[in-house]
Design a protein around this ligand. Structure first.
Ligand SMILES: *Cc1c(COP(=O)(O)O)cnc(C)c1O
Length: 446
């Protein structure tokens, strides 16, 4: 019996595809901004690494592309006080989606007026903190939130700066976008049913709220401006409808979801400048058609800033060859997994991995798996790795900077890895690695 070889491609070499800008190969070792990964691994593995210069450059690229407009870094993708500070230093504001993210941005010294607050179910205490901190925008996501927020604004003697999150019916992801009239998901207020209009009217009539703009977020991993342009045009039509009844919409926020390369097979996304040009042209066309002034533009990129600069460094454990219908697949286990990157298990997300040393061995179709008690605990579904991968090797997984540490768990009571910022100037912990005391410390009366 013979088996066809499994399709698997090796990870692209550093300098291309999903790798951080400052990853290089030097004499059988990989280096990040001049630091040997073999040496960095002495901090312990798994270890998240962040190429600080790359992350700052990506942030700055959005700021220069948008020009007269605002870039809110989506903190849910990865936020620490230091990261919040980097973003503000590069000219961005911070988008938060929980009290913890809000507190983290504030702890980083971000001025309240440069923070936005999202959430489909915000608590009274979170809204109170937001108003007391003077946040620049609170994005209203449901009808009941109008009265909830107005009451807290009255109590704190403030006027709440608000956006309304609308659902345009445009959903985008990857290459495609689809437009549907009806929605069956928890976020936003429908344009089609009139829910968004009712809320906008209620807000404009409420003295404790100030309507600053409309918000739309259409999806994630979007590679070109087409879907954003369709959403922008629907949002502008709604702004024109509000304009017609005397409600001004000074700003439009088109959310995040700008795609990145995770593997060598992923197409290259449009540049920041191409994205913004496509969006601006759709907004201008729609405004001209509707005869309303062009509103200010803001966006909320997350992964396109924090994803590619981040990587996870693992140590290889057990390996085994498994016979499949398509041939032999090598299973390479590492010392982390779904606890430090849930995305493959949660969404079937694909990643790629590179061996941390040179090898002249032939590549074999491989699957990188974690150490957790779930068969869905996959780190990299398909990748060609050298046949001599063995216990103790270092393995580097690309583009884990977004939604890696921020979605990490303690499943199997593992310690969540630390996040080390690396630059030519040196290294510093953005998040310290958890210790066994952190794990045992959560149990009372032990
Ligand atoms: C998740 C999210 C973002 C960021 O998405 P990315 O894919 O990381 O760019 C921005 N805005 C809102 C409202 C979101 O929910």
């Amino acid at each position: 019996m013979t088996f066809a070889p499994l399709a698997a491609v090796p990870a692209p070499e550093p300098g291309a595809g999903p790798w951080p800008a400052n990853l290089t190969r030097v004499d059988g070792d990989l280096h990040l901004a001049g630091h040997s990964l073999t040496a960095l691994a002495e901090e312990g593995t798994p270890l998240y690494l962040v190429d600080e210069a790359d992350m700052r450059n990506r942030a700055r690229a959005w700021v220069s592309a948008i020009g007269d407009g605002d870039v809110y870094y989506a903190g849910k993708s990865f936020l620490t006080p230091a990261v919040a500070r980097w973003m503000v230093e590069e000219g961005l504001s911070i988008d938060t989606a929980s009290e913890g993210e809000l507190r983290t941005a504030l702890a980083g010294g971000v001025p309240g007026e440069r923070i936005g607050l999202h959430g489909n179910s915000k608590s009274d205490s979170t809204l109170r903190l937001a108003l007391e901190s003077g946040v620049g925008r609170i994005v209203i996501d449901s009808p009941g939130e109008v009265d909830q927020l107005a009451a807290i604004a009255e109590e704190t003697g403030t006027v709440a700066p608000c956006f309304v999150r609308v659902t345009t019916g445009v959903h985008a992801g990857g290459h495609d976008f689809i437009a549907t009239a009806h929605e069956d998901q928890k976020f936003g207020l429908s344009l089609a049913t009139g829910a968004a209009r009712e809320v906008a009217v209620a807000m404009s009539e409420n003295p404790h709220l100030e309507l600053l703009g409309l918000h739309s977020h259409i999806g994630s991993q979007i590679l070109d401006s087409e879907g954003f342009a369709a959403a922008a045009s629907a949002v502008i039509d709604f702004a024109a409808e509000l304009f017609g009844i005397g409600i001004d919409v000074p700003e439009v926020d088109l959310g995040g979801g700008y795609g990145i390369q995770y593997t060598g097979l992923d197409p290259e996304p449009a540049t920041e400048a191409e994205m913004i040009a496509g969006i601006r042209s759709a907004i201008e066309t729609a405004c001209e058609r509707a005869g309303i002034p062009v509103p200010r533009l803001s966006i909320e990129p997350g992964r396109s800033i924090s994803g590619p600069p981040g990587m996870t460094l693992y140590r290889v454990g057990a390996t085994k060859d498994v016979m499949t219908d398509d041939g032999v697949r090598r299973y390479v286990s590492v010392d982390g997994g779904m606890s430090d990157n849930i995305r493959p298990a949660l969404y079937g997300a694909d990643y790629t991995a590179l061996l941390g040393r040179d090898s002249s061995a032939d590549n074999v179709p491989s699957r990188v798996v974690g150490m957790h008690c779930e068969s869905g605990d996959i780190v990299v579904r398909d990748v060609a790795l050298p046949a001599d991968v063995r216990r103790g090797d270092l393995l580097l997984v690309a583009a884990t900077g977004a939604y890696g540490r921020s979605m990490a768990s303690n499943y199997n009571l593992v310690r969540r890895p630390g996040v080390l910022a690396v630059s030519e100037q040196g290294t510093s912990w953005l998040v310290r690695p958890e210790t066994w005391d952190d794990i045992l410390g959560i149990f009372p009366d032990r």
